[in-house]
Design a protein around this ligand. Structure first.
Ligand code: SF4
Length: 224
């Protein structure tokens, strides 16, 4: 069993083709701009929705999730698949691997969206089951990274280097959320960093503030 907070069908932005995205709850980072603050706490929590208190996050088994994911199997035969996102899926490592193994059992191509801040052996095990990897690089400056996300970037950059060496054929996309006042001037540098690796593309993600109202709904402040 694991804890997820959402599933999204027909996504066009989370890997190749049309995908079903499974959002796992819990993240080791606290990015100041995070547009899904309800993803950070690993446990279900209260959140105001339309003036009513509801619980965000629920327990689900890999079997239940795959049953829902398989409803869109027709898209997966045309290049789509299932994408695990978060939060950070590595934080529920065993559950993440269970979902990936179940997807493989049904021949559903799987992708993973990760911030890269996690155990390398888990990431390695996941990459062995993936058809595509989306990997966030937010800044090459560790002090700045720590000030805006709560953690330095050493582990993230090292994990990326190691997995690119071990999985040179796995298609990868390095994504950079472009955040005003934080990393705008680093885009060229991060793109060059990504391009040094085989089979690796680069995508800047524009900043948006759609998640800001969620902070108040969770009783928190938006600190960017
Ligand atoms: S890594 Fe992603 S989910 Fe985690 S805090 Fe940062 S933006 Fe939010």
């Amino acid at each position: 069993m694991g804890i997820i907070y959402n599933m999204q069908r027909y996504s066009l932005h989370d890997g190749p083709g049309i995908r079903t995205v499974v959002f796992l709850k819990g993240c080791p980072l606290r990015c100041r701009w995070c547009c899904n603050p309800e993803s950070q706490n690993p446990l279900p929590e209260p959140m105001l929705k339309n003036g009513r208190q509801e619980t965000v996050g629920y327990e689900a088994s890999a079997e239940e999730i795959l049953r829902a994911v398989r409803q869109d199997e027709i898209f997966y035969r045309k290049g789509g698949g299932m994408t695990l996102s978060g939060g950070e899926p590595l934080l529920q490592g065993d559950f993440m691997l269970e979902l990936l193994r179940e997807a493989a059992r049904y021949h559903i191509p799987a992708a993973l969206e990760t911030c890269g801040h996690g155990d390398y052996d888990l990431l390695r095990a996941a990459c062995g089951l993936l058809g595509y990897l989306l990997y966030d690089v937010k800044s090459l400056n560790s002090a700045k990274h720590k000030a805006y996300t709560g953690v330095g970037n050493e582990r993230i950059l090292l994990n990326l280097a190691r997995l690119c060496e071990e999985f040179p054929r796995l298609p990868k996309r390095v994504r950079m959320p472009v955040i005003p006042g934080f990393n705008e001037e680093e885009a060229q540098e991060i793109m060059a960093h990504a391009k040094q690796y085989p089979n690796t593309s680069f995508e800047p993600l524009p900043y948006h503030a759609f998640g800001v109202p969620k902070y108040a709904a969770l009783g928190r402040n938006y600190s960017l």
